[in-house]
Design a protein around this ligand. Structure first.
Ligand code: NAP
Length: 307
């Protein structure tokens, strides 16, 4: 990227009018960080509480995704699953109906790479550019503006949107053409799921073998076994805090997408499949809305112990 771009970037950061759709656990703090960076913001959420919180911080409210698009240069979505992004993008009151020259849609949800490419294709006739830019770093990363952002789409559109990403994240990586950001995010989720399982097994082993789990965590957290899961989820488990963070239902969606992608290319993912099954057992007990740190509860059951 040229030096000239960096000189221009601060002006671009405040000149782009941002639309934000999906004010849930992640979207709300991400939108707040865009406001703090000086962006003018128009928001829409399916339910009202998300909207009220952002309006109280100075954002304008719109009545539909279409209206958000009409008043924005860049529209960000962070929703649940593929059909949610499809509906907000292309539904009756969708972003596509507010299309105008230069409009960019950045989808930061974790969805199917194939659906991402399909939406990008269906946008083409109306001139809307789609970037897929899913994130990692959890609610804490969203609040602190330290998310990792993995982006797919056209490189020049990514360059234009870099100041927008910099208001929400620290590690911002261009991954390749449309869908590449989602593929990298699914790789991320494979690692996240297996790190979670490794931590859960170690906690249960420590308890059963007679060492205080908190002592084990303290000893291993800075060594070769360290991980985001150990540092962020381990302490929450020991405090009995199973609130989301990141819901099991969303992690199951991500692991399903990773396994589907793997099946298309005959790529065995035995560890991912195991984590998916353990979470399925927790979902069967009605725990889909719990945080993913509740994976340890499946291991506790198998070992007939409690932390
Ligand atoms: N939480 C994390 O740690 C984390 C980390 C990285 C990535 N992600 C990904 O980020 C995305 C959002 O996660 P989250 O934890 O913020 O979820 P969340 O708290 O459940 O928020 C989801 C948001 O999407 C909206 N929404 C869902 N379906 C919709 C639809 N059909 N039409 C319109 N709006 C819809 C919801 O509106 P309502 O408020 O009306 O329900 C809510 O604002 C997911 O794809 C997730 O996998 C999450």
């Amino acid at each position: 990227m040229s030096a000239a771009f960096y000189i221009l970037a601060p002006h671009m950061a405040t000149n782009e009018h941002i639309g934000f759709i999906g004010l849930g656990i992640m979207g709300r703090p991400m939108a707040t960080n865009l406001r703090k960076a000086g962006f003018a913001l128009t928001v829409w959420n399916r339910s009202r509480p998300g909207i009220d919180a952002l309006v109280a911080e100075g954002a304008a409210a719109a009545a539909s995704p279409r209206e958000v698009a009409e008043s924005s240069d860049v529209v960000i979505t962070i929703l649940g699953d593929s059909p949610d992004t499809e509906d907000v993008a292309l539904g009756a009151e969708g972003i596509v109906h507010g299309a105008h020259a230069g409009l960019v849609h950045i989808d930061m949800s974790t969805i199917s790479p194939a659906v991402t490419r399909s939406i990008a294709g269906r946008y083409a006739a109306s001139g809307v550019e789609l970037l897929d830019a899913p994130v990692s770093g959890g609610e804490t990363g969203a609040i602190n503006g330290t998310l990792s952002i993995m982006c797919g789409g056209k490189a020049d559109v990514f360059d234009r949107c870099k100041p927008v990403f910099e208001a929400m994240g620290k590690t911002i990586v261009y991954c390749g053409p449309s869908g590449s950001g989602q593929i990298v995010k699914l790789c991320n989720q494979v690692i996240v799921g297996l790190n979670n399982l490794a931590m859960s097994e170690a906690l249960v082993l420590a308890r059963k073998a007679g060492v205080e789990p908190s002592t084990m965590l303290q000893a291993v957290s800075a060594g070769a076994a360290s991980s985001w899961a150990l540092q962020n989820l381990g302490p929450r488990i020991l405090q009995g805090d199973f609130k989301p963070g990141f819901k099991i239902a969303h992690q199951q969606k991500d692991l399903r997408l990773a396994l589907e992608l793997a099946n298309q290319g005959s790529t065995p993912l035995p560890g991912t499949a195991l984590v998916h099954q353990l979470f399925a057992a927790l979902e069967a007990e009605g725990m889909g809305e719990a945080g993913t740190q509740a994976l340890v509860k499946a291991l506790e059951k198998l070992a007939n112990t409690e932390l």
